[in-house]
Every structure is written in structure tokens, then in C-alpha cells.
Design a protein around this ligand. Structure first.
Ligand code: KG4
Ligand code: ZN
Length: 358
């Protein structure tokens, strides 16, 4: 079964055709990052207009040589409302035009499908959900930092999450404060990696807070504090550090930025690793499935592989090209999990706050 997946929840206009849930037949991603650079973050209005301009071409290119398809899948939440609307309406039009069913998919659940996407020529011979269940899912992106219990494939319930910023947002805001440009995650990753290759981690890092919320805080919404994270204290600590040391320009001219960003990155990575370790110890998990743009972070990949090794679970990470937003994860997940289908999907509106497991 071939499905085309359409994704416009944030700043990538993307479409892909995937066969039987895992075999990627085409994958087209148009990134709007250059349009948002001058603002240091995604501007919803600009994102929406750019999606309108690009969606036709992106879908046409994804379908070229890959038709016919049996269904159209689309992200209908969570994400930026004006951006989601463009993809959902394009998908409705395409499904009607092709005379095939429409399937609405959850963007965060789709990130957790990315480790199973398979390209022609890959070593793994049989594309499919080849991981042992139950699994712990970790979606770590610009919009979300969420730990998900997955008893079987396609079943999801949130066990922990950030109470404020997502990890990617924390990277991006730090980069903005330090005048490193947007998006901050890849820049901080590169600077920190270079710094840590010449200075031992233990001797030099600033002890930034590791974002452990207090038990009983109402924002926990019933989730255990030990599986949740908060990055607002970390951001404030960075702001204070920058102010007390003469500002971003002075820190840059003193050559202090690499040590600061390596320390800041370590605080985020250790916070995520600590919650993951605790979540893994609460149930007999057999796999750790990780997706989302921040899972590209080289230090996070290293530490999560230690965490998984210690817990005796298999770590499943996506290929770098599937970590960021893409249509293949939408088309792929739609084969296994359909939040809304057919007439219900045709009548559905976008849901910017769509919950995992809803
Ligand atoms: O998954 P994604 O493309 O979009 C969302 O669904 O949010 O994630 C984008 C986020 C941005 O915040 C970006 O700074 C972060 O992923 N990111 C990274 C790295 N590459 C991208 N964060 C840390 N290290 C990286 N190498
Ligand atoms: Zn995403």
C-alpha cells in the first residue's frame, strides 16, 4: 500500500510517498529556515505564506514517478495553526482529486516512527517495525520534549514531558541570547563538540541547573515529577551568567562562548538522559525509540546510547535526514495508526494542541 504524507506543522513544507509503512519511495522537504533567520525564530504568518507558495510543487515532486497512491496522510496537529491549515487543506483537495481516503496523523507520534523508515539500498533487509515491545518513546524537538509509553506499536500514552520550553526551543533561545543565529541547536552542537574535543568535560563546565521540577507543581498535570523536565530555570541561569559577565559581545571577544554553550548543552542532555533513565526503570521496556530534530544532537546521541546500554534496551534512532520534520514519517505512521480517516478526516479541522495518544 502506497501512502503520500504531507507535513506543514512548522517551518518545513514536506511530502513523501511511503510503501507499507516503512519503505520510502520519495521524500521532498523544502525548508523555510532562511526565511525565519532574520527573526531568530519561526514567524507563523511567514511560515503559512511560504507553505501556500511551495505546497503544490513539493507534492508534485513527491508524486512524480511514484503514483498511484492508495491514500493521502496529513499532519493535523500539533503545530502552528496557520501552518497546519495549509497542509490539511492541500491534503483534502488531493484526496478528493485522486479519489482516495484521507488519514489524519499526529505529528509527535510520527516523529517516533522515523527510526523505522527504510531507504532502498539500506542494510536492513526487511522494512517493518522490527523492534521489541514494550518501548519507551522520546520525542525531542523544537516544539516537544515528551516521554511516551508504547505497550505495542501504535499505542501511546504520555508518561513525562517538559513543563515549559521544549529542548529545541531551549537551544534556540540560548543561541539567540548569545547571538549565534537560528536555528541554535545545530550551531551549539558544533561549537560544543569542537570545545569538548580539546577540553575535558569534567574540569571545565559551568554547573547550570538540570531542570528537575518540584513534586506537586500544578503544571505536572498528574505526571510524576521525576519524569518531567523544566528548562525555564536553565534559561534564566544562562541569562544571568551572560549579564554578570559583560554581555554576549564581551563573552564572544573573551572566547568564552564555547565553554558556555558546552555547559548549557550538557545541562539539557543530562536532564533528558536522567528522565529517560528513570522512565526506563519503571517498566520492563525492551526498546528506546527516539525521534525529533534535537535527536540529531551528537552529545545526546552519545549519552542516550549509554543510558540504553545500562538499561539493557535496544536504542532506535532515526537517520539524520529523518530527524527533522518530513512527510515520510507522516505517510509511514498512517499505515499503522489512523487518528481520523475518510469522511471524518475530510470534516476535521487542525488541532494545534493535539495530544499524543488522543
Ligand atoms: O523536529 P524539528 O525539525 O521540528 C519540530 O517539530 O520542532 O526540530 C527542530 C529543532 C530546532 O529547535 C533545532 O534547533 C533543533 O531541532 N536541532 C538541534 C540539532 N539539530 C536541530 N538541537 C540540538 N542539536 C542539534 N544538532
Ligand atoms: Zn517535528
Amino acid at each position: 500500500m502506497r501512502i503520500i504524507g504531507i507535513e506543514t506543522s512548522c517551518d518545513e513544507t514536506a511530502a513523501a510517498v511511503v510503501e507499507d509503512g516503512c519503505r520510502v519511495v520519495s521524500n521532498v522537504v523544502y525548508t523555510q529556515i532562511p526565511l525565519h533567520v532574520p527573526y531568530g525564530g519561526v514567524v507563523p504568518e511567514i511560515a503559512s505564506r511560504a507553505h501556500v507558495e511551495k505546497i503544490g510543487e513539493v507534492v508534485r515532486n513527491a508524486l512524480a514517478g511514484c503514483a498511484p497512491v492508495d491514500a493521502v496522510a496529513v499532519t493535523y496537529g500539533p503545530g502552528l495553526s496557520p501552518a497546519l491549515i495549509v497542509g490539511l487543506n492541500a491534503a483534502k483537495g488531493l484526496a478528493r482529486g485522486l479519489g482516495v481516503p484521507l488519514i489524519g496523523v499526529n505529528h509527535i507520534e510520527a516523529h517516533l516512527h522515523t527510526p523505522f523508515l527504510h531507504d532502498e539500498g539500506d542494510d536492513r533487509p526487511v522494512p517493518g517495525i522490527d523492534c521489541a515491545m514494550p518501548a519507551l518513546g522520546l520525542a525531542v524537538s523544537g516544539g516537544h520534549t515528551t516521554w511516551v509509553d508504547m505497550p505495542s506499536y501504535g499505542e501511546y500514552s504520555i508518561v513525562g514531558q517538559t513543563l515549559d520550553d521544549a529542548a529545541g526551543e531551549a537551544f534556540d533561545k540560548a543561541a539567540k541570547l548569545l547571538e549565534l543565529g537560528y536555528p541554535g541547536g545545530p550551531k551549539i552542537d558544533r561549537i560544543a563538540r569542537e570545545y569538548l574535543s580539546r577540553v575535558p568535560r569534567s574540569s571545565s563546565l559551568i554547573p547550570f541547573p538540570k531542570g528537575r521540577p518540584r513534586e506537586g507543581v500544578s503544571a505536572l498535570a498528574g505526571l510524576p515529577a521525576e519524569l518531567c523536565v523544566s528548562f525555564s530555570g536553565l534559561k534564566t541561569a544562562l541569562l544571568r551568567h551572560v549579564q554578570q559577565n559583560g554581555g554576549a559581545a564581551k563573552l564572544a571577544s573573551d572566547g568564552e562562548v564555547p565553554r558556555i554553550v558546552a555547559s548549557y548543552q550538557e545541562a539539557i542532555v543530562q536532564a533528558v538522559a536522567d528522565r529517560t533513565r528513570r522512565a526506563l526503570s519503571r517498566r520492563g521496556y525492551r526498546s528506546l525509540i527516539v525521534g525529533g530534530g534535537v535527536s540529531l544532537n551528537s552529545r545526546l546521541r552519545e549519552v542516550l546510547s549509554e543510558v540504553a546500554g545500562d538499561a539493557g534496551v535496544e536504542l532506535r534512532l532515526a537517520k539524520p535526514k529523518y530527524c527533522g520534520d518530513n512527510g515520510a514519517m507522516i505517510a509511514g505512521l498512517a499505515y499503522y495508526r489512523r487518528n481520523v480517516v475518510g469522511d471524518e478526516a475530510m470534516a476535521a479541522d487542525v488541532n494545534p494542541c493535539l495530544e499524543v495518544g488522543a
